[in-house]
Ligand binder design. Sequence first.
Ligand code: GLA
Ligand code: ZN
Length: 665
Amino acid sequence: MFSFDHLVHGGDYNPDQWIKTPEVWDEDMRLMKLAHINSATISIFSWALLEPEEGVYNFEWLDTIMDKLHENGIGAILATPSGARPAWLAQKYPEVLRVEENGIRNEFGVRHNHCLTSPIYREKVQNINRMLAERYKNHPALKMWHISNEYSGACHCELCRQAFVEWLKTYYHNSLDELNDAWWSGFWSHQITDWNQLSSPKERGESHVSAMKLSWRRFVSDSHISFLENEIAPLREITPDIPITTNFMRTYDGINYQEMAKHIDVVSWDNYPYWAVGKDMDEAAEAAFNHDLYRSIKGGQPFFMMESTPSIVNWRPVNKIPHPGTHTLTSIQAVAHGSDSVQYFQWRKARGGHEKFHGAVVDHCGHENTRVFREVTKLGKDLEKLSGVVDGRTDSKVAVIFDWENMWAIKYYNGYNNQHRDYVKESVKWYDSFRKRGIPVDVISMDDDFSKYDLIVAPFLYSFKDDTEDKIESYVKNGGNFAGTYLLGVTDKNDRCHLGGFPAGKLKDVFGIWAEETDSLPENMHNKAEYNGKEYSVDFVCDIIHAQGAEILGKYSSDFYAGMPAVTKNSYKNGTAYYIAFRNDADFALDFCDELIKDIGITSDSNIVTEENVFIRKRGDYIFVMNFSGKDTTVQLDKEYFDVLNGKKTDGSVALPVYGYMVLK
Ligand code: GLA
Ligand code: ZN
């Protein structure tokens, strides 16, 4: 299903905005070749030009662009235009427009402003997609389908309400009794007695039933997936060999990407770290986490970095220019972590419109004599030397569980520390502790296969699916090592608390503990815990647990629970279960990971020794060394390597300048 044998280098290209000046198109081709660009993502927002009136089509300009791209050796990632609709469509069929939570239908404008259920919108989308597929099915430039753009949001119209009710009927087996049980509706006398009493959650209506909000999340996510399925039906039929992607956004919580990924061939995501404002390391760690999330989401298959900026964005309160060199380093990081592409938003800056000050490869000056263009060109040349990386895999023995359903459940409960939940931050922290030791980590869901890992870390896995308790138990029983942190398995998939307390059910035996209470600490208040002779701050939340069989590795040393267990380890059948009862935002995770690594005998990806802020990642036969440390550094190599980008053998130690990278074989 994969049509590339090289690393893809390109990005969003909007020739439709320059239709009156086709000489710009020729200049684009010249500049693309100069910058070693081999791919262009086109027609993302071109519907109004492709179908200027209902049933009247204008593909000639796109024919020209497709031909030009092909003549210049540039592949086309062709988008379906559903992300933004023509004004005539909204005017004639207002039902295609989204209704907000307040019940008011939006007017025509912006983008992503459509009802997910509207049969008319679905039909119109399918129709234009069919036209595109028929027209370009044999065009040699067509390499991939880019479906819509960053699906997001929700619609609260009557059609969507009815679809939600139908969804609930399916999920709860046509039984209001089951729904009422699941939602614990006796609370505040909210029993539902007729399906038509149900509506979407909203501030002025039902907004306090977490299980209902979870249902709505699942429904909205499923609506996006069925919208996508509707879009791709004609493409699957007409161009069965062309792979399909849609671009994801970091850990956006509006769609369960772990589910949506099953419906596309190649996962892609848009990467916009905020560099040069004093938090480069956090940004680099989070980018690495997201890359590994999207690498893991289809079992290790390479993904695409569909967007990034070669310089600035325009949507932050302050849009600082990243330090020169950051762009190339960020791009190489994506490739190191499993991306088969480096793509930009955007190729050329628009002359007008909302994004005219967003970074691009080609600026308003219109020529190639810019710092950004030179950096992009240098990267393009490097990517050409790395074509052997394509389809390369990384073998991880450690996994961190990061699960969309759990993210939702954490968002919606009311209690404990309502100000600080930080599920993503917690997950990145544990992930990054292994990364700092050169250990590759898969980022998996509760549904993934646990058995291939030597160690699984589950930060803040508060809510379980039906089989999670059994999965963890049997993983540990069969020799796995599992580390859970505070509030493990408190609720089920309907956010109902597990009776008997937590960790859920038999996990009390697996971990050899039970949790009696959970304390929450305001921002300026920190308790203490001791582990391995070192004192750690207890931040925001901690469980007060009792060991019943577990070995106590660390204890609280302040508050009324001083002396009670804070870190435990339990042998259960053939495996081991660790419990970390508190949150710490400093170095506890790293210190604990060091112990786990030693205990379990987990080894690094390579024997290259560097400081923590130089990232190392092996992909296939290639080792990427990336200097995010913010300063010049020297890397000690354990043996002689071939420096792929410089085409020569290395010495035992190599100087790596600030923002520098090297790729070794
Ligand atoms: C998103 C969108 C693009 C563009 C960029 C700007 O990722 O997909 O169309 O708006 O943001 O950063
Ligand atoms: Zn709707």
